[in-house]
Design a binder for this molecule. Structure first.
Ligand code: P6P
Length: 332
C-alpha cells in the first residue's frame, strides 16, 4: 500500500498536531491510537522544555550541575530537567514500558509493563549551547516492543535495528520551537504557537533537496580526518559551498533537510568510532532523512542497516542530500 502523506490526508497547514494525529490515525485502520497518544505525550514534554529553555537565562537553570552523563559529558542543568520531564511525560502517558536516554547509563523502566512501545532519546542535544542562546534539540526514536506485553522490557526491545523504528523525530528549540516527526508516511513539522499552547502544522511533507551547497562539520578536527574526508572538505571549499556548523546536530540537520546540505561527523582522533550515538541520535535522524528523500550513512552503508550492539554505541555519521552523501560515500 502506498504510504500516505499529509497531502493524501488533505490536511491544510495550520491544523493542530492533535487533529493531524487523529486524521492520520483514521486513515490507518490498523492504528490503535496508542502511538498517537505517545506522540501527544512527547509533544507535551516538548512544550514544557520549550518553556524552560526560553527562561533558562532568567532562573538558575542554565549552567552545569557538576555531574557527567554516560558519555563523560558535563551535564547542564537543563539536560537534567529535560531528561526528567520526558521520562515523567512518557511514564504518565502509559504507552511506554521502557526508555533509554543519553543521560542515563541503564534502561529506565517506567512501570508500564502493559505499554506497547519503548523510546530511545537524547533529551537535550547540543546542550553546551544553552548558555549562549544557540538552538538545541530533543531527538526521539520509537519501537514497538518485541517482549511480551505485561512483562518488564528488556534490552532486546532496544536492539531491533534502525529499520524497526515505528516513529522518530526531534524538537528544535530555536528562533521558534518546531516538532518534526515521521511514523513512516513522510515527514511533517509543527511549530509551537505559544499563544495557543498548540503545535501547528507548518512544514507539510518535508522533502530534502537532492543536492545542496552547505556542509556542516567541525573544521577544527581537520588534521585528524582521514585523507578522503579532508579531500571532500577541500572540494567543498573549491566549489564555494557554505560551511555552516552550529554545534547542535538537530539545528544543522533541520536546516540541511529544508535547504539541502550535508552534515558530517567522521571518525576523529578523539572519537575513532565517531562521536554520535546510534540508537538515539543517528537512527532517528536517519529515519527522518530517508522519509524525506535524503540519506544517512556511516560511510560504508546505510545507518538504518547498522546492527546495534550496545545501548550507547557510537558511529560515524554523514547525512543530508542524497547527491552529497553519495559523493562522500564514494570517496571512503
Ligand atoms: P563537536 C553536541 O554535543 C553534539 O552531539 C551534536 O549536537 C553536535 O553536532 C556535535 O556533538 C558537536 O560536537 O565535537 O563538534 O563539539
Amino acid at each position: 500500500m502506498a504510504t500516505k502523506t499529509a497531502q493524501d490526508l488533505a490536511l491544510p497547514v495550520g491544523v493542530t498536531l492533535d487533529r493531524f494525529i487523529m486524521r492520520s490515525q483514521s486513515a490507518f485502520p490498523y492504528a490503535t491510537g496508542d502511538l498517537s497518544q505517545l506522540l501527544r505525550d512527547i509533544a507535551l514534554a516538548g512544550k514544557i522544555i520549550d518553556r524552560e529553555v526560553n527562561r533558562a537565562g532568567l532562573v538558575d537553570i542554565s549552567g552545569g550541575v557538576g555531574t557527567s552523563n554516560i558519555q563523560g559529558e558535563a551535564q547542564q542543568k537543563l539536560d537534567v530537567v529535560a531528561n526528567i520531564r520526558f521520562i515523567r511525560a512518557l511514564k504518565n502517558g502509559g504507552e511506554v514500558c521502557a526508555i533509554i536516554s543519553e543521560e542515563d547509563e541503564e534502561i529506565i523502566y517506567t512501570g508500564n509493563d502493559n505499554g506497547k512501545y519503548v523510546v530511545a532519546m537524547d533529551p537535550l542535544d547540543g546542550s553546551s549551547n544553552i548558555d549562549v542562546n544557540v538552538s538545541i534539540g530533543t531527538i526521539f526514536s520509537i519501537y514497538h516492543r518485541v517482549t511480551p506485553i505485561g512483562t518488564p522490557a528488556t534490552i532486546e526491545d532496544f536492539m531491533q535495528g534502525g529499520r524497526k523504528q515505528v516513529g522518530a523525530g526531534y524538537i528544535l528549540y530555536g528562533s521558534s520551537t518546531i516538532l518534526v516527526f515521521s511514523t513512516g508516511s513522510g515527514v511533517n513539522g509543527f511549530t509551537h504557537e505559544h499563544s495557543l499552547g498548540e503545535f501547528i502544522l507548518s512544514h507539510k511533507n518535508i522533502r530534502c533537496p537532492l543536492d545542496g551547497k552547505i556542509y556542516s562539520l567541525n573544521d577544527g578536527y581537520y588534521d585528524g580526518f582521514q585523507a578522503s574526508v579532508q579531500e571532500y572538505v577541500l572540494d567543498c571549499r573549491r566549489r564555494d559551498y557554505s560551511a555552516r556548523y552550529i554545534g547542535s546536530l538537530v539545528g544543522d540537520f533541520h536546516r540541511n533537510m529544508l535547504k539541502g546540505g550535508v552534515y558530517l561527523y567522521p571518525p576523529t582522533q578523539k572519537d575513532p568510532n565517531g562521536k554520535l550515538r546510534l540508537l538515539y541520535e543517528c537512527y532517528p535522524l536517519a529515519f527522518l532523512a530517508e522519509q524525506s528523500g535524503g540519506r544517512a550513512t556511516d560511510g560504508y552503508g546505510d545507518i538504518l542497516d547498522i546492527e546495534p550492539k550496545s545501548l550507547h554505541q557510537r558511529t560515524p555519521f554523514y547525512t543530508g542530500s542524497v547527491r552529497m552523501v553519495e559523493d562522500i560515500q564514494a570517496r571512503l
